[in-house]
Design a protein around this ligand. Sequence first.
Ligand SMILES: Nc1nc2c(c(=O)[nH]1)N[C@H]1C(S)=C(S)[C@@H](COP(=O)(O)O)O[C@H]1N2
Ligand SMILES: [Mo]
Length: 447
Amino acid sequence: MTISRRELFLGAAASLAPGTSRADGGGLSRMVVRSPRPEDLEMPPEGFSEWVTPIDRFFVRCHTYTPNVKLSDWSLKIDGRLEHPLTLRIEDLKKFPRVELVGVLECAGNGRRYYEPHVAGTQWADGAVGNGRWAGVRLRDVLRKAGLRGSAKVLLFDGADVPLGKMPDFQRTIPVAKALDPDTLLAYEMNGQPLPVEHGFPLRVIAPGWAGDSWVKWLQHVEVLDHEFEGFWMKTAYRHPTRPVAPGTSVDASEMVPVTDLAVKSVIALPSGWARPGPVRIQGTAWSNRTPIRKVEVSTDGGRSWQAVKLAGPQTQYGWRLWQYDWRAAEGRYTLMSRATNADGETQPAMAAWNPSGYLWNAVRPVVVTISAQAPSANDGAAPDMAYPEGYRTACFGCHDDHMMRQQRLNRSQWEREIDKMTGWGAPVRPENRDAIIDYLSGQFKP
Ligand SMILES: Nc1nc2c(c(=O)[nH]1)N[C@H]1C(S)=C(S)[C@@H](COP(=O)(O)O)O[C@H]1N2
Ligand SMILES: [Mo]
């Protein structure tokens, strides 16, 4: 996969040549930084070669700055429609039976950059996903102790992160049925160690089979409600249409439903960009919601013919499945594709269903690979310096830097909407600078 010069990497000596990977001896690539602060970090493609994703490659998605929770100050409050509201410290939680599962955590916006027309939001390629080993307690066991009342309808989760400016607090609900699912956990461990800070220390929600927005991090309050929650992150964000909509059209939030289940999907990890002629192993992962993957097929001729591949590695209900295909490749340029089908017979589509926020992208994606004895040369890194318009830095660099803007590909009216959203959240845009900022953004970062 070609890494564009707009993508910056964490750490020093961090430029990754197209086609470089561990298998070619290219060294470990770093996370792709979509935004350093708030932190949005993407797993590089090689991450799709491993069954359990190591923490140092696991994607990170934060709507606001990462809170540093001290265990000595922390407790979990559980209240609302309950017989016995509880306040639990970590020792109290650990008295419930410990449960472990391996499961895919994927951001609803993963693959957003592949939608046409482009939509605003973090421009994830394939790597806003990882397969974690999560351990903690069943939410159901805790709710049994607290005694759910008959009127309970949804559970409202709130983490310790604090919104920026006037942005609404990140609060999410799940219905009681999902909360009582024996696989819905409150996790205090990831991959055998205490939850890392950026993944929600000391406690997060594990909602297996559902997109990441339900997996609330830094959990400190669970409130049981007898009505639907009206907050921004339920009623405006993380909603998608249930019926097909014409690409590029706007859809009222009231005509959309919250994102829940993940979609059946596969990704090619290797080869990436370039390989030498001869035996080439095509490999990757495939996953779905709670339904296991039944088959993965690969095409090396742009979708004209397909071969079933070998599923490899462990199989668990919510984990991703590794797969591999041994190909004999002659010199040339090839279009590789992979296509997964789950046990319910759902297959990856040729086109993902466009939706206004760019959620749940799962189409079969062509990947071009060059087979040649000669390795391609590396392209140099840094983005050119830009002259900023008057007032831009003051208006827009207070909460995040320009990674947020540079990854977008929006038309003028979409940029106007972004400026209005940010102004509403507290960006100090002076009226006399507004037009110049919009001219700049819609000139530089257009479709
Ligand atoms: N409190 C809180 N929880 C959160 C978020 C957040 O911003 N705040 N981001 C959510 C989103 S959109 C995703 S995709 C996952 C990402 O989890 P990760 O950073 O551990 O990969 O966390 C979810 N939980
Ligand atoms: Mo997400």
